[in-house]
Design a binder for this molecule. Structure first.
Ligand code: HEC
Length: 111
């Protein structure tokens, strides 16, 4: 009987950690996934396959004054020329998250 309880408790522990782990990992992977799913099609590795100069590297963002989370969020929300608007596809929080990710990657040189 004792053995059965031990096995049961073990099973519960494994089950719980399987749920808890992805939940802990969400902030980073989720934001990276947001970028991969929504932006990487045109901005793979921080580039721009449509308009090469308008990439997501720190130098270009500075040059065009899009070097803050607010400025990137606004651009992502409303779109610009060939870049689509995301206000109907992403929540405000997701837009802020993905914009923060872009700025961080730009500062790190998209390594
Ligand atoms: C269909 C292709 C496409 C997709 C998808 C796309 N973009 Fe863009 N993006 C562009 C184009 C084209 C521009 C240049 C706009 C312009 O004319 O100024 C641009 C410009 C930008 C800029 C400004 C770059 C600069 O140097 O001026 C940022 C920041 C940006 N995109 C972020 C994102 C983010 C974040 C996403 C995902 C939520 C995304 N883009 C999705 C095409 C795209």
């Amino acid at each position: 009987m004792n053995k059965l309880i031990t096995i049961l408790l073990l099973a519960i522990a494994i089950f719980c950690s399987a749920i808890a782990f992805p939940a802990l990992a969400v902030p980073t992977t989720d934001t990276a996934a947001l970028f991969t799913n929504n932006c990487a099609g045109c901005h793979i590795n921080g580039g721009n396959i449509v308009r090469r100069g308008k990439n997501l590297k720190e130098k270009a963002l500075k040059k065009y004054g899009i070097d803050s989370v607010e400025a990137i969020s606004q651009l992502v929300t409303n779109g610009k020329n060939a870049m689509p608007a995301y206000k109907d596809r992403l929540t405000e929080q997701q837009i802020v998250d993905v914009s923060t990710y872009v700025l961080e990657q730009a500062q790190k040189g998209w390594q």
